[in-house]
Design a protein around this ligand. Structure first.
Ligand code: E4P
Length: 217
């Protein structure tokens, strides 16, 4: 399973990279705004800054919603760095753009996916990644993990190469459950990755080992 961090915060990206298990970064316009990154040029520069920190795929989202503009914008994003993956929303023109980019060897991440049907379309259009937002489904009392399982089943039936990027991860159990189902990638906050480290028996066991070592010295 690949681990992506879902943030535009450079310090957190550095921290995740230093842990040695980071495979990429996802961003979106809201995450950029949260870091105070506004204006086209600043946003483009920020993507390059992220690419310099992480050794892996960096999703950069288009703002346009019509086919021609999405293509223009996506091509500019893809030119920024070879790690950039163009993030395209699951709308009708977005599906056309996914197909265009796939035909032109530009990698894509289809975002805002909330149903198995949308994921099937994204795969048919040749998306590199599909991003089902599991936390946002849970927020409306739907079942995000069930969606991951449905997509896994459909993609395996037809050997689609599109990778399932479980997004909108809120906590560590989401990561573990997505790994059990077979999501190819998870993207979440640093806390969801660092949570994998924690177990009280590890802490108490280590404390005892260190205390016993001191007794013998
Ligand atoms: C994915 O690419 C999105 O940036 C993200 O996972 C959305 O998560 P949220 O629901 O926590 O905003």
């Amino acid at each position: 399973m690949k681990f992506f961090i879902d943030t535009a915060n450079l310090e957190q990206i550095k921290e995740a990279q230093a842990l040695g298990v980071l495979d990429g970064v996802t961003t979106n316009p809201s995450l950029m705004a949260k870091e105070g990154i506004t204006g086209k040029n600043n946003i483009l520069k920020h993507y390059v800054d992220i690419c310099k920190i992480v050794d892996g795929d960096v999703s950069a989202e288009v703002i346009s919603t019509d086919f021609e503009s999405m293509v223009k914008e996506g091509e500019i994003l893809a030119e920024l760095h070879d790690q950039i993956v163009v993030k395209i929303p699951m709308i009708k023109d977005g599906v056309k753009a996914l197909k265009y980019f796939s035909d032109n060897q530009i990698r894509t991440n289809c975002t805002l996916v909330f149903s198995a049907g949308q994921a099937l379309l994204a795969a048919k259009a040749g998306a590199t990644y599909v991003s089902p937002f599991i936390g946002r489904l849970d927020d409306i009392s739907s079942d995000g993990l069930n969606l991951i399982a449905e997509i896994r089943h459909i993609y395996d039936n037809y050997a689609f190469e599109t990778q399932i990027l479980a997004a909108s991860i809120r906590h560590t159990m989401h990561v573990i459950d997505c790994a059990k189902i077979g999501a190819d990638v998870m993207t979440g906050p640093l806390s969801s990755i660092e949570g994998l480290l924690k177990h009280p028996l590890t802490d108490s066991g280590l404390a005892k080992f260190l205390a016993d070592y001191q007794k013998g010295n």
